[in-house]
Design a protein around this ligand. Sequence first.
Ligand code: AMP
Ligand code: GLY
Length: 423
Amino acid sequence: MKVLVIGGGGREHALVWKIAQSPLVEAVYCAPGNPGIAGLAECVHIPADDIDALIDFATAEKIDLTVVGPEVPLTMGIVDRFQTAGLEIFGPNQAAACIEGSKSFSKDLMAQYDIPTAAYQTFTERDAAVAYVKAQGAPIVVKADGLAAGKGVIVAMTEEQAIAGIDDIMLDKVFGAAGASVVIEEFMDGEEASFFVFTDGKNILPLASSQDHKRAFDNDEGPNTGGMGAYSPAPVVTAALHDVIVETIVKPTITGMANDGCPYSGILYVGLMIKDGKPRVVEYNARFGDPEAQPLLMRMKSDIVPVLQACARGKLQQDSIEWHDKAAVCVAMASGGYPASYDKGFEITGLEEVLAMEDVVVFHAGTSLKDGKIVNSGGRVLGVTGLGSTVAEAIDCAYAAVAKINWNGVHFRKDIGRKALNR
Ligand code: AMP
Ligand code: GLY
């Protein structure tokens, strides 16, 4: 069969890498892809949000299955449009993608079905939002309601920071229409983890545990980013906690969405805050995590393609996934200055040398080709992912590869995975 992956980051590189290993697959395409993906799939020069052009391509090439990486095409309704065109596609439809696309939608869902999360209120008026912050006090969290490329959340340690955040979102409209309303919620303390399930809208198939590192600098300092590294398994999610997450969060979410007339199919990403062994939802995403996809897919032993197909068809019967015993650690190598502005176009050296290393895959996120050389072209540039028999060995493996790679201004965290060792 022919598979099309939509997107061009590290997550999509990992999806292509895994899908290309399936004996069911004869060709993989990726739109738009990147220079790393180009070694495994045919990259097609169509942006991930050009739905008309993607439908034309999938129809002309007789693509059997399309897999959507990023959230933007999902919230634009790519799944609805492909289905109308008679094309099979993996991911939630537009109504279900609101679970990520609208914070107020997801908070209302959690309230309705008693899913543990932070207390909250939604505001469309700036003054009412400010009054609420003053009544609640800090720390407190201010969120633009709509999609803001992962930047619409202000974790405010003071009332002043919270009010400045409300003004940025509601008066200065720094996130545009995404800030027409704000969700203000209780600050949750604890350790974060990422929990993923495949679902066809009724049945669920949980993945192994994983943990992201959202802050830019070591020891979880600095601004929030898309994720500076991830590892799997994450010991904070014990077997007992896994069951609690499935029973009190995942199942009520999936049945709640179905009851409300918008069944969710695809992969559901539940961002969790864990405190004293109790999980609460920070947010949902309608897609795979990036960089979590990279260590998770390197550990996945089962063929992913039948799972993706079964979800797309509403016929998920498989009840478990086989995982390699090894742990995986992904270190994001970023452009200097990320998540703020950064310079692009610097040649990346050392990639050839790392190709020869066993148990390491370098997933490309923000790279491009310039005069035949691979250069940095995005904030997160590479996801250097290593395997090891323990998390400690996987850390050593990933950082041994990181040490061989360089470009002008490169930045990466030195402590990815360390939280797992502290347990
Ligand atoms: P989100 O875009 O909702 O994932 O938020 C980005 C990050 O902000 C999360 O990964 C958390 O680190 C942090 N965050 C969001 N909501 C809260 C909350 N209620 N309490 C504490 N931290 C939060
Ligand atoms: N790793 C965070 C995200 O994918 O949103």
